[in-house]
Design a protein around this ligand. Structure first.
Ligand code: IMP
Ligand code: MG
Length: 201
């Protein structure tokens, strides 16, 4: 057993006394179970593989949210590709984008003259993908497309859309399958809506 750590807090900022939170109980409902997600990834991967047939891709996964999505999706794409990751932050642990993007690490992948596929967990305000796409364009890629697991149906701060979309969802805060709330819930194998009372209003 682990000793209680005084610095363990639950999502409301209260101490949990070192006890683990009950992740599933903190969900209002499950939106997509694992089987549904993987079935959709089969379709997405087939579409991407057909579109890029005969091409070599550079896939750039945006950390940390797209990690699990990326691992499951790429293993379904039988094309030669290069993989790199990009780490950015805009949320600072909260619910709303700050509008300002911090590039913690600039990708050093092969971009010039190559087909780039950007992978992200979710298209929300559009700030993140818009800024990343803008930066990549300066490195003269042959093409840039965007693939997201989820797309929120809402008016975005930036006029940006994705080329490949796993699922369209309502404008609710979701966690699981890579998506977090204050860095938790990423390891849930399904996607669910976080209970509203756990989030600041
Ligand atoms: P943006 O608002 O489109 O820039 O979204 C940027 C990032 O915010 C995403 O990559 C996610 O990490 C995070 N995000 C947006 N909506 C949600 C959500 O519903 N759950 C978890 N993370 C989210
Ligand atoms: Mg996040």
């Amino acid at each position: 057993m682990f000793a209680a750590n005084k610095r363990d807090f639950d999502q409301t900022g209260n101490s949990t006394g070192g006890k683990a939170i009950n992740m599933q109980a903190n969900l209002e409902r499950i939106l997509f179970d694992e089987k549904t997600i993987l079935r959709r990834l089969d379709e997405l991967a087939a579409q991407i593989s057909a579109d890029y047939h005969g091409c070599e891709l550079t896939v750039i996964a945006i950390l940390n949210g797209s990690l699990i999505f990326m691992a499951d999706l790429l293993r379904r794409i039988p094309l030669p590709l290069k993989l790199d990751c990009l780490s950015v932050a805009s949320y600072h642990g909260g619910l709303q984008t700050s509008g300002e993007l911090i590039f913690r690490q600039v990708a050093s992948p092969d971009v010039a003259g190559r087909h780039i596929l950007l992978l992200d967990d979710i298209l929300d305000s559009g700030t993140t993908l818009d800024a990343i796409q803008e930066r990549l364009e300066t490195a003269s890629p042959r093409s840039v497309r965007i693939c997201v697991l989820l797309r929120k149906t809402k008016l975005r701060q930036r006029a940006i859309d994705a080329d490949y979309i796993g699922f369209d969802i309502a404008d609710e805060f979701v966690v699981g399958y890579g998506l977090d709330y204050m860095e938790r819930y990423r390891n849930l194998p399904y996607i669910g809506v976080l209970r509203k009372e756990l989030m600041p209003s």
